[in-house]
Design a binder for this molecule. Structure first.
Ligand code: SAH
Length: 229
C-alpha cells in the first residue's frame, strides 16, 4: 500500500511514523508513506498557501492552487483509490472504515489548517472526508497519523501475530474482554480463576461473555447493532 500525505507540517509525522508498528511496516516495505510539503507546490515567492476568506470573518483559508497542483502531480504518477480530506465534519472514523481502507492500493490524505480548505477542493478533488472525532484539532496532521496507524496495523504481515488485530476491540463489533498478566498475586488483586483453569473452551466462552457484557455496558449503540444481526 502507498499513502501520500499532503501537509504544511511534514515534520509532525516524524514521531508517529518512525517508531513501533508503522516503522516496522515501512521497513518491511509493506507500506510506503510519502510526505509532501504543500509549500513546494505554491507558485508564490513566499510559498504562501492560504489567503483571507471572501466575505471576511476570522481565520485564513487554504487556497486551491497549491493543493490542486500537488494532487495533479501525484495523479500523473499513479491512480488513487481515495483522496481523503481530514475534516471535523467528515464521516466518523471507525474500525469498519479502517478495514476497508487497509485493502486499498494508493490513497492520498490531505491535512487542512486554519479555517480549513477552499470548499471547491472538497467539491472537485476530494473523494472522502474523515473526522477522528467530534472535536476540533488545529490541523489535519494528528488526525492523519491516527488514521494511518489504524489502517497500517490491519495490513496482513504488519503485526507479527496476525490474529492479534482480529481479536482487537470493534473487529467483530464487540469491545475486548479484560486481559491479565503475571504476577498472579499482587496485593490482594485477583486474576479471574477461569483464566488459570487451562480449559480452552471455558476460557473462550468466558472471554466472549465478558466482551458482550462490556459492549452492552460501555458501547450500548454497538450492542444494539449486534442484536439486530
Ligand atoms: N473551521 C473548521 C475547523 C478547521 S480546523 C471547522 O469548524 O470545521 C483545521 C484543520 O484541522 C481542518 O481543516 C482539518 O484538516 C483538521 N481537523 C480539525 N479537527 C479535525 C477532526 N476532528 N478530524 C479530522 N481532522 C480535523
Amino acid at each position: 500500500m502507498r499513502i501520500d500525505i499532503i501537509t504544511i507540517f511534514p515534520e509532525m509525522f516524524a514521531g508517529p511514523f518512525t517508531e513501533s508498528i508503522i516503522k516496522r511496516a515501512i521497513q518491511k516495505e509493506i507500506v510506503t508513506i510519502k510526505l509532501h510539503d504543500l509549500r513546494n507546490f505554491s507558485t508564490d515567492k513566499h510559498k504562501k498557501v492560504d489567503d483571507y476568506p471572501f466575505s471576511g470573518g476570522a481565520g485564513m483559508v487554504m487556497m486551491i492552487e497549491p493543493i490542486d497542483r500537488c494532487i495533479a502531480h501525484l495523479k500523473s504518477e499513479r491512480d488513487y483509490d481515495e483522496i481523503i480530506y481530514m475534516s471535523p465534519d467528515g464521516e466518523l472514523l471507525d474500525q469498519p472504515m479502517s478495514n476497508v481502507l487497509s485493502m486499498k492500493k494508493n490513497i492520498i490524505i490531505l491535512c487542512g489548517h486554519y479555517k480549513g480548505i477552499d470548499e471547491r477542493i472538497r467539491e472537485h478533488l476530494i473523494t472522502k472526508e474523515i473526522s477522528i472525532g467530534n472535536y476540533v484539532l488545529s490541523g489535519g496532521e494528528l488526525g492523519a497519523a491516527v488514521l494511518v496507524d489504524s489502517i497500517v496495523r490491519l495490513i496482513p504481515g504488519v503485526l507479527s501475530d496476525e490474529t492479534s488485530a482480529l481479536s482487537d476491540s470493534f473487529q467483530d463489533g464487540l469491545v475486548s474482554p479484560p486481559v491479565y498478566t503475571r504476577p498472579q498475586q499482587y496485593k490482594n488483586w485477583e486474576v479471574p480463576e477461569i483464566l488459570l483453569s487451562g480449559n480452552d473452551k471455558i476460557i473462550s466462552d468466558w472471554k466472549f461473555e465478558k466482551a458482550i457484557e462490556r459492549t452492552k455496558e460501555r458501547r450500548p449503540e454497538l450492542y444494539e447493532k449486534l442484536k439486530k444481526k
